[in-house]
Design a protein around this ligand. Structure first.
Ligand SMILES: Cc1cc2nc3c(=O)[nH]c(=O)nc-3n(C[C@H](O)[C@H](O)[C@H](O)COP(=O)(O)OP(=O)(O)OC[C@H]3O[C@@H](n4cnc5c(N)ncnc54)[C@H](O)[C@@H]3O)c2cc1C
Length: 466
């Protein structure tokens, strides 16, 4: 909106929403930051006991760091890897308490719906110059705010996928919900009694599932009657081991090493590839039914189910906004070819900014974890670069918006992935391109090698191994 004195509204005070606020502050742009929960970093606090895999160096936005230092707040040691709780306590909370941020932060304020003032989604007339209208529930009072632009950084962690196969709730999943936990429970501490000496089923094949299984194995050591079943849709459990020593993030590589060791110990029971259809209550326990390699699969006497089957974005409050999301990944459409796990599993995504995130609705952007939709590979550093670029654009600095600069460590898994191998060996044409897909260097400027691939495949689908 031209010449508007209205603020830019940010939805969600996670790391990316807060970084957006900092960039807007630096650009002397008015902003208003809505957070549904009573704390900033609310989603992270649900996994506060979990250690991140990236060290502080990658977890703090550069402008936020300058603001913290200016306000006399100590920056953590860049080489250390924090727990979720430390990320909130030592970074997000102090940042949110800096007076210029705090006075524009609305906690306990859930955004319920947004649209253009007086214009429904179908109306074009002067749409770009009409303010956004934002309906919120603020401390149990319904209110409307207006904004000249909206940056949706509301994450996905609060919307877990169901356990049932095909992304559909299994029969009996909702009905037996007190047996289920969606996320990463703190099994090391207050919840220990809930899982000790119980038969626990973990479902999922990503880093969260690995973390959960490893945490349960600690309980098993002290409470040997604890039985752990780990159920994956992947063909083989070895697919989750990742880059290990070759991973640019040592902590992420360590997860793969530790889980492989645990699997080899025989102390947990692996079921793969299994697709669940039904949970049935029997004698206060659950019977799990599904199929494995075309045969019926049955698992009995399950006390607890922990689901780590991924998360999905909530688009419900965007009903009146003209936006696009990829039909399969539910990410911002332009990002789909960069992060589609069907194309490559490397997890290292080419840095991107305002141009890729621009939506049909002018001055509306989806950023952060939500911009990746259902893909699990989002890194905070990527989000910080996204919002730096968007704020530069809003501020009229189009050169800075285009100048994307980000170097990220790689996962080191490309060459172990079948699709990536196909992508590298069949579709690429030069040795240079093949190198970009192998476990060669711990860090590199990912944009350059991906650009080569895209340039050399002028007419083919825009696939990328990086
Ligand atoms: C277990 C785990 C470990 C991870 N480890 C790493 C790591 O090591 N390094 C790394 O770079 N990334 C890591 N990530 C990924 C990612 O960086 C984080 O999930 C990060 O929190 C995403 O930031 P975000 O700001 O996009 O979203 P979130 O942190 O999810 O924040 C979204 C915020 O929006 C609020 N919200 C939601 N809906 C509304 C609404 N309607 N109205 C108002 N507010 C709303 C939520 O309450 C929340 O506070 C990890 C993720 C998980 C789950």
């Amino acid at each position: 909106m031209k010449n508007s004195n209205l603020p830019v509204a940010i939805i969600g005070a996670g790391p990316i929403g807060l970084a957006t606020a900092v960039h807007l502050l630096k650009s002397h742009q008015k902003f208003i930051l809505f957070e549904a929960k009573k704390n900033v970093g609310a989603n992270i606090l649900t996994w506060s006991h979990v250690k991140l895999f990236s060290p502080w160096q990658y977890n703090i936005d550069k402008e936020a760091e300058k603001l913290l230092i200016k306000n006399g707040i100590k920056i953590p040691n860049k080489k250390e890897v924090p727990l979720g709780k430390q990320l909130v306590d030592a970074y997000l909370k102090p940042l949110s308490e800096i007076v210029e941020i705090k006075q524009n932060l609305h906690l306990n304020t859930e955004v319920l719906s947004i649209g253009r003032k007086g214009l429904d989604k179908m109306k074009n007339a002067n749409r770009e110059n009409v303010p956004f209208s934002i309906k919120v529930n603020e401390n149990n009072h319904f209110k409307i705010y207006e904004a000249k632009a909206i940056i949706d950084a509301s994450g996905t962690w609060q919307n877990p996928n169901p356990v049932g196969s095909g992304g559909v709730f299994a029969v009996g999943e909702k009905e037996n919900k007190h047996h289920f936990f969606y996320g990463m429970p703190d099994v090391s501490n207050k919840l220990i009694a809930k899982y000790a000496n119980k038969t626990v089923l973990v479902v999922g094949g990503g880093h969260s599932a690995i973390g959960t299984v490893l945490a349960l194995s600690n309980i098993q050591e002290k409470h040997p009657k604890t039985q752990i079943h780990w159920l994956l849709r992947k063909k083989n459990v070895s697919e989750v081991y990742g880059g290990q020593e070759a991973d640019g993030f040592k902590s992420r590589g360590q997860l793969g090493i530790r889980i492989e060791k645990l699997v080899n110990s025989g102390n947990i029971e692996i079921h793969t590839p299994v697709f669940i259809n039904e949970f049935k209550k029997h004698n206060k326990k659950l019977i799990v039914r599904g199929y494995k390699n075309g045969q019926e699969f049955v698992l009995k006497n399950i006390d607890k189910v922990i689901s780590n089957t991924g998360t999905r974005p909530d688009f419900s409050f965007l009903r009146e906004i003209r936006f696009d999301a990829d039909a399969s990944i539910e990410c911002v459409t332009e990002l789909a070819t960069l992060i589609d796990p069907n194309i490559h599993s490397c997890g290292t995504v080419r840095p991107h900014g305002e141009a890729e995130l621009r939506q049909k609705e002018k001055d509306f952007y989806i950023v952060g974890m939500k911009s990746y939709g259902r893909a699990p590979t989002f890194l905070m550093a990527t989000g910080y670069e996204q919002v730096r670029s968007i704020v530069a654009y809003i501020n009229g600095d189009f050169e800075a918006a285009k100048d994307i600069q980000l170097v990220l460590p790689e996962t080191g898994v490309c060459s172990t992935n079948i699709e990536a191998e196909i992508c590298c060996s069949n579709e690429t044409s030069s040795k240079e391109e093949i190198n970009c897909c192998t476990i060669d260097k711990p860090t590199k400027q990912v944009s350059s090698c991906c650009d080569k691939i895209e340039t050399n495949k002028m007419n083919s689908k825009k696939t990328s191994c990086c």
